[in-house]
Write a protein that binds this ligand. Structure first.
Ligand SMILES: *Cc1c(COP(=O)(O)O)cnc(C)c1O
Length: 395
């Protein structure tokens, strides 16, 4: 039996979501835009899904736009706020150094088009300081975009405080809540968010489907032209089975949030305690303001990639950082942003658990990682230098 500990990359679809999708595919095959009875039946299911998702994040159904996922939602939110700002002479954007690439690459593209971007420091603990954010706001700031929870180190940002500041300073605020959904109680009113991104496959829904919440009266720039779907802001026949599956998954995740969070937090703490017993190991990201299932550590003197391969051979699915950057030899931009030196950032391991993991799985992970790290260090010339005192230990 394999152990799956890579829930930040994607999650297994829940039974409830899969069943809702099957029913939808078999019975609701009509196009929601068609006027006949089959189309109307599909349109009703689409409306119900929209209402359910709206209720779970505290908005109205008219503020929900279905997209192809977290990346598209991030792109559309940021480009919309930027275009709106540009028309009013505002060409400044505030973000953080450790956003997901869907955000970072979008703001970089805007930089090339003449926008100025401030990248806020996320400090050693991986948390933005709201006072620094407020100090960065200028007359010409068009948008603040700060993620709700980080996908690599799991740190939870002070979103309510940031929302309060942006609302008081009349600056649009977007948050990528892809990792937060299903783990943190999201309420766009309480947090005073203008735009918020969700992705179903991160909360046990299907992939290729997401949500962009856009506060009423906030502009949405259209990225995909065509039909009048999503109130003419996102063309293309709705992916109804995926939308229905996403609504079912979010309902279930929100219903079970408290229990699941208690379970995952206890497993996470057991895993952190076990891994930190390995010498010269450090936890990345704040301990308290952290997603329930997230563990991210650096081991001195090893390569994360080799560690992953050996763990995979032992039946453990883990990650060295974000799935999107694996295959590249650069260390994680998130770990560099919290000040880890290159050689330490290279020795990272991310294990993201959920409520279905067991204590015995955690103990297996701890013993496997301990054994593999020891084996890799014995083969490493860098470790040899550290042990002989030729190089100094950093952690
Ligand atoms: C996974 C992820 C995304 C991208 O979502 P997709 O649906 O895969 O496009 C964006 N932001 C964060 C924080 C993520 O974890």
């Amino acid at each position: 039996m394999r152990i799956y500990a890579d829930n930040a990359a994607t999650t297994k679809i829940s039974k409830r979501a899969a069943e809702a999708m099957t029913v939808c595919m078999e019975d609701l095959f009509g196009n929601p835009s068609s006027l006949h009875a089959d189309g109307q039946k599909a349109a009703e299911a689409l409306k119900a899904a929209r209402e359910s998702i709206a209720a779970n994040i505290g908005c109205t159904e008219k503020e929900i736009y279905f997209t192809s996922g977290g990346s598209e939602s991030d792109n559309q939110a940021i480009i919309s706020a930027a275009m709106y700002g540009k028309a009013r002479g505002k060409r400044h954007i505030i973000t953080t150094a450790f956003e997901h690439h869907a955000v970072l690459h979008t703001v970089r593209k805007l930089e090339k088009e003449g926008f100025e971007v401030t990248y806020l420091d996320v400090h050693g603990n991986g948390i933005v300081n709201p006072a620094e954010l407020e100090a960065a706001i200028r007359e010409d700031t068009a948008l603040v975009t700060v993620m709700y929870a980080n996908n690599e180190i799991g740190t939870i940002q002070p979103i309510d405080k940031i929302g309060e500041i942006c609302s008081r300073r009349k600056v649009l605020f977007h948050t990528d809540a892809v990792q937060a959904a299903g783990h943190i109680d999201i309420d766009v009113e309480r947090s005073k968010v203008d735009y918020l991104s969700l992705s179903a496959h991160k909360f046990h829904g299907p992939r290729g489907i997401g949500v962009l919440y856009a506060r009423k009266r906030n502009q949405l720039f259209t990225l995909i032209e065509g039909g009048a779907q999503e109130r003419s802001r996102r063309a293309g026949t709705e992916n109804l089975p995926a939308i229905v599956g996403m609504a079912a998954a979010l309902e279930e995740a929100c219903e079970k949030m408290r229990d699941n969070s208690i379970k995952a937090t206890s497993l996470r703490n057991r895993l952190i305690d076990g891994l930190l017993k390995i010498p010269h190991t450090v936890l990345n990201g704040d301990t308290a303001h952290r997603l329930p299932g997230n563990v991210n550590v650096c081991f001195e003197g090893i390569e994360g990639e080799s560690l992953l391969l050996l763990l995979d051979m032992k039946g453990i699915s883990a990650s060295s950082g974000s799935a999107c950057t694996s295959g590249s030899l650069d260390p994680s931009h998130v770990l560099l942003a919290i000040g880890r030196p290159h050689e330490i950032a290279h020795g990272s391991l991310r294990l993201t658990l959920d409520e279905s993991n067991t204590e015995s799985e955690i103990d297996t992970i701890i013993s496997s990682v301990t054994e593999v790290v020891d084996r890799l260090r014995k083969m490493s010339p860098v470790w040899d230098d550290l042990e002989k005192g030729i190089k100094k230990h950093v952690i």
